[in-house]
Write a protein that binds this ligand. Structure first.
Ligand SMILES: *[C@@H]1O[C@H](CO)[C@@H](O)[C@H](O)[C@H]1NC(C)=O
Ligand SMILES: *[C@@H]1O[C@H](CO)[C@@H](O)[C@H](O)[C@H]1NC(C)=O
Ligand SMILES: *[C@@H]1O[C@H](CO)[C@@H](O)[C@H](O)[C@H]1NC(C)=O
Ligand SMILES: *[C@@H]1O[C@H](CO)[C@@H](O)[C@H](O)[C@H]1NC(C)=O
Ligand SMILES: *[C@@H]1O[C@H](CO)[C@@H](O)[C@H](O)[C@H]1NC(C)=O
Ligand SMILES: *[C@@H]1O[C@H](CO)[C@@H](O)[C@H](O)[C@H]1NC(C)=O
Ligand SMILES: *[C@@H]1O[C@H](CO)[C@@H](O)[C@H](O)[C@H]1NC(C)=O
Ligand SMILES: *[C@@H]1O[C@H](CO)[C@@H](O)[C@H](O)[C@H]1NC(C)=O
Ligand SMILES: *[C@@H]1O[C@H](CO)[C@@H](O)[C@H](O)[C@H]1NC(C)=O
Ligand SMILES: *[C@@H]1O[C@H](CO)[C@@H](O)[C@H](O)[C@H]1NC(C)=O
Ligand SMILES: *[C@@H]1O[C@H](CO)[C@@H](O)[C@H](O)[C@H]1NC(C)=O
Length: 868
């Protein structure tokens, strides 16, 4: 059973500071402020000035519209403003911050397969993920999450799903909820709230919703008591935006929910995004917030997403499941049942439950070109038979086509020596079986035996011996541009069986799967240790310090996976529930070379009843060169064994029950070339006789401030970036006239090699010169954070006929001026930015036209939509 009352002494502090080194002094610099001027903003005000702020007489005749208000004094007070001249806000007393509104795409799994079979209560529920993470042991201790409420901010929930309780409201698993947006909301139009968060989107190709995975509330055959509250913040299509997320977060906070989980995000990389800030502040009050780290692993390092960038939230990476759920087929030989045969499919191959006789297109099990030619004319009618064909030489589709000419429907293809995996057979219903099981079927068939197969639901598992327990390749890599430790931690998210809307189950992958898994796990820890702010505030450290390290490869002695992808490791829930040693903090950020923080400390608290002796050791993870030349490295990632060294104030210490000790660690960065911004990381192991806890660390070599921001390469355009492109795609080399009407707009094309805390485009006078401060005529793209641009993509900003504030640009001669502030650069000092000044752009008198006012929108934001 779970021992009670631990939380009360979680921080019992009898400090025995034992230090040889001086502890680090406080780090004081905050992230770059956002002095921006778009026309739709989230404005934070100090609570005392809220009323006066909205008093139109104090607005100096600035016209604006408030389209949403927030008033939770301890978290966030302010509103969403539509305003033309946002610079007017800077003079107003009590304005704390002004931030552009960002959009976030709907949670999209990396891969999805839907189980089409009947909704059998025995639908696969592989416990492999529970074993991986110690959830099985926590369950065995009697923990169910009873009394804990999780708020899920997502596409809504199909609470009619039997596994999710079949209903909504008090007494149901989905105990409450709210629809903040309505079906038609797409992230650009006005949300229409309602009270019912029902989601019954049919997962058509692009999946709309996966919610409450069975790890939270939907464990068939098990009695769980976690309550879910579903907040619908996506419509049926498109994205959601900061104001909706903030409103849902605040509602969850005010509603007293214990855990909030968000499987959403968009590339951002900075901790100051509006939703990141609100999520982080709520976490600081003693709520646990889990947010997906993102599924952009293929885009390389330095690609974290908001709101997971929030400083105090838990951003979740994904680990591949140790098994792949597949199906077995039942076999009878001369009416006698023999051992079942696994075939590669998450759902039964057909929904016909009566048995089929088999037919083999060749009795030669070594034939390499089985069924690659049309079948002989004397082939019998194959309708009602399962046709067995050997893999090889020609496509699966061609083989099936040949058999289909005789009426064949389902097919089993037996493997040669290639890996056993899913196959693509076009419109044919076919699955792969293993070579030896194929030979078994064919040989019996050749002997004239009556071999029949039937495809009832028969879930089976296949060990994932290639990537099981390793980071999912899609899991996004950090760190944040401020070198913050992101992701925080990892959980199973690759090949997870989940509930789907409309009574379905499916196999899905994504950090969106890992995130609610952790929310459910946190519920178990809160139940065990007590649902108090102290425990909640310590949760991230607790999960980190009890996590297990993640290998980079299963097949050889490669170093541990870099923590810029793995975070502190794979959560171990039973250990987070039971450990009597509390380590804080759970991680250290050593920052880059310029801001190197070599001296760090942690506090170790012994909650047990006996003195405990701990010994310390350093276990480095692999170092990753995050850049090759000017571009980030792309997978497969190479890790080197170069590593930092660390000295401790003591390597062995005994801590009395109920007391704490502080240990100082002093790092020396790896003695390697700093070119390529190597990210080094690892764990400090703190072991006693029963368990090993860890503090994880992460540092970057080199000065990220010095990383070139603007790409100047001339590949593939034969002109160096950035440049201005005419509508037809021609590159503007000299003064060019545009009508700024009917599609005749200049396009400013650039790429960012690192994230910029503030990217701005202004229209400047034509006589502006490279290298000196240009004279600004008006703003085109208000300053906003911009993530680095992935390989092969471009930031393509169409300059329309208006300034960002909606006023029409007067006819005349101008240049475009793009300014990207460097990380840790000073906004007012041009040296802290990289810039581009375009050739002269002439705005001609517009042709007589029917004046239709364009809907104004930040072209930058529009572009971000296009990226995903
Ligand atoms: C083959 O076996 C199945 C059941 O295993 C039986 O239903 C069927 O009649 C048998 N067919 C022949 C030709 O014996
Ligand atoms: C079986 O599947 C077929 C085609 O996939 C479908 O037309 C039929 O309705 C299904 N039958 C049942 C009982 O679900
Ligand atoms: C079976 O097929 C293989 C490969 O095509 C061929 O080499 C072999 O001779 C065949 N065996 C028989 C008995 O036909
Ligand atoms: C599958 O069927 C659809 C509709 O009949 C057809 O358009 C498509 O080309 C087929 N795909 C393949 C791979 O045969
Ligand atoms: C599936 O088939 C394999 C191979 O015969 C067998 O080892 C396994 O136990 C079966 N699993 C189930 C759930 O039937
Ligand atoms: C790294 O150092 C810079 C400059 O002091 C600071 O702004 C930033 O927050 C630091 N990063 C982290 C994660 O502490
Ligand atoms: C592990 O290493 C082997 C040999 O270097 C390589 O072939 C394999 O792809 C690696 N596996 C993963 C998951 O990276
Ligand atoms: C930028 O957008 C314009 C207008 O849509 C298009 O013609 C041009 O090809 C785009 N350039 C790039 C590099 O994507
Ligand atoms: C500008 O120069 C590039 C490269 O020399 C060329 O491809 C492009 O056509 C030129 N554009 C114009 C408008 O002359
Ligand atoms: C919009 O910006 C332009 C250029 O800075 C300025 O001339 C104009 O007065 C502004 N319009 C409004 C309504 O603020
Ligand atoms: C208005 O402009 C659009 C787009 O250029 C054009 O298709 C339409 O014919 C114009 N209407 C009138 C009344 O001029």
């Amino acid at each position: 059973m779970v021992s009670k009352g631990r939380s009360a002494i979680l921080f019992a502090f009898v400090t025995c500071v034992a230090s040889r080194f001086t502890p680090p002094s406080g780090v004081g610099v905050t992230a770059a402020s956002l002095n921006v001027t778009p026309n739709r903003y989230i404005v934070e005000t100090s609570s005392y000035s809220r009323r006066s702020f909205y008093d139109p007489h104090r607005k100096r005749d600035v016209s604006f519209a408030v389209n949403r208000e927030f008033n939770v004094p301890e978290i966030f007070v302010g509103g969403v403003l539509e305003i033309n001249d946002v610079s007017a806000l800077s003079g107003i007393d009590g304005v704390v911050s002004v931030k552009p509104v960002h959009r976030y795409p709907a949670p999209k799994p990396v891969s999805l397969k839907t189980l089409t079979g009947p909704n059998d209560p025995m639908t696969p529920d592989p416990l492999s993920t529970h074993v991986l993470t110690g959830v099985d042991k926590a369950h065995a201790q009697g923990l169910t999450g009873k009394g804990i409420t999780i708020g899920i901010l997502d596409t809504g929930v199909d609470y009619k799903h039997p596994t999710l309780g079949g209903g909504f409201g008090s007494g149901f698993k989905v105990a409450g909820g709210y629809d903040f947006v309505g079906d038609n909301y797409d992230g650009t139009n006005t949300p229409v709230p309602g009270s019912d968060p029902l989601d019954q989107q049919v997962p058509l190709g692009e999946m709309n919703s996966i919610i409450l995975t069975h790890h939270i509330g939907a464990n068939p055959g098990n009695e769980y008591n976690i309550d879910g509250v579903a907040y619908r913040i996506f419509g049926c299509h498109g994205s959601t935006e900061d104001p909706v997320i903030i409103e849902a977060l605040l509602r969850g906070y005010k509603g007293g929910l214990d855990i909030l989980t968000l499987s959403l995000g968009g590339a951002n990389g900075f901790s100051e995004a509006a939703a990141s800030v609100v999520a982080s502040r709520i976490a600081k009050t003693g709520k646990v917030i889990t947010i997906a780290a993102g599924n952009d692993g293929e885009l390389g390092p330095w690609y974290t997403s908001a709101p997971a960038t929030g400083k105090d939230v838990i951003s979740m990476g994904s680990v591949d499941n140790t098994i792949t759920p597949i199906q077995n087929v039942t076999i009878h030989v001369n009416s006698e049942e023999v051992a079942p045969i696994p075939y590669f499919s998450v759902a039964p191959l057909t929904n016909r439950t009566t048995s089929f006789e088999i037919y083999a297109t060749s009795t030669n099990t070594s034939s390499t070109d089985d069924a690659c030619e049309p079948l002989p004319k004397d082939t019998p009618d194959l309708f009602n038979k399962v046709v067995i064909i050997r893999r090889g030489t020609c496509t699966f589709v061609l083989k099936c086509e040949h058999a289909a000419q005789f009426g064949a429907k389902p097919f089993l293809i037996y493997n040669d020596d290639r890996p056993f995996a899913a196959i693509s057979s076009g419109n044919f219903t076919a699955a792969l079986i293993q070579a030896d099981t194929g030979a078994f079927l064919v040989n019996n068939f050749a002997q004239g035996k009556n071999v029949t197969v039937s495809f009832k639901i028969r879930p089976a598992e296949l060990p994932n011996s290639d990537t099981g327990g390793l980071m999912s390749s899609f899991s996004s890599l950090g760190p944040s541009y401020e070198s913050d430790f992101k992701p925080a931690i990892s959980a199973p998210g690759g090949n997870i069986v989940s509930t789907l809307p409309l009574n379905k189950f499916g196999l899905s992958s994504g950090t969106s799967m890992a995130t609610p898994f952790v929310a459910g796990s946190v519920a178990l820890v809160l139940q065990a240790r007590g649902k108090t702010p102290i425990v909640a505030l310590a949760m991230r450290d607790l999960l980190k310090s009890t996590a297990s390290p993640i290998a980079s490869n299963l097949t050889d002695a490669k170093p541990l996976q870099t923590l810029i992808q793995a975070g502190a490791g794979l959560i171990q829930v039973d250990r987070a529930v039971n450990t009597k040693t509390i380590i804080q903090p759970g991680h250290w950020t050593l920052n880059d070379t310029t801001h190197f923080q070599p001296t760090q400390k942690f506090t170790l608290t012994n909650l047990g009843t006996e003195p405990v002796t701990y010994s310390l050791a350093h276990v480095p993870a692999g170092t990753i060169y995050t850049y090759t030349g000017l571009e980030v490295v792309l997978p497969p990632f190479e890790l080197t064994t170069d590593h930092a060294t660390v000295e401790f104030s003591e390597t062995r210490l005994t801590v009395n029950p109920g007391t704490s000790c502080t240990v100082i660690a002093k790092f020396t960065a790896p003695p390697i070339y700093t070119k390529g911004y190597p990210a080094y990381s690892g764990h400090i192991e703190i072991a006693n006789s029963v368990e090993t806890l860890r503090v994880s660390y992460l540092g970057v070599l080199g000065s990220v401030h010095k990383q070139q921001l603007l790409d100047h390469s001339n590949d593939p355009f034969n002109v160096s970036l950035p440049f201005v492109q005419l509508p037809g795609g021609t590159i503007q080399n000299t003064t060019t006239k545009y009508t700024f009407a009917n599609g005749d707009y200049p396009n400013l094309v650039s790429r960012l090699l690192y994230g910029s805390p503030q990217l701005t485009v202004d229209l400047v006078t034509a006589d502006s010169k490279e290298g000196s401060s240009p004279k600004v005529v008006g703003n085109i793209v208000p300053g906003d954070v911009a993530p680095r641009t992935p390989a092969g993509e471009y930031l393509n900003i169409t300059i329309v006929e208006t300034f960002s504030n909606g006023t029409t640009i007067p006819d005349g001669e101008y240049r475009l001026f793009l300014k990207a502030l460097k990380i840790f650069g000073k906004p007012d000092d041009l040296k802290g930015s990289e810039t581009y000044l375009s050739p002269v752009v002439v705005k001609m008198p517009a042709p007589p036209s029917n004046k239709t006012r364009r809907h104004l929108e930040s072209p930058l934001r529009r572009h971000w939509e296009g990226l995903r």
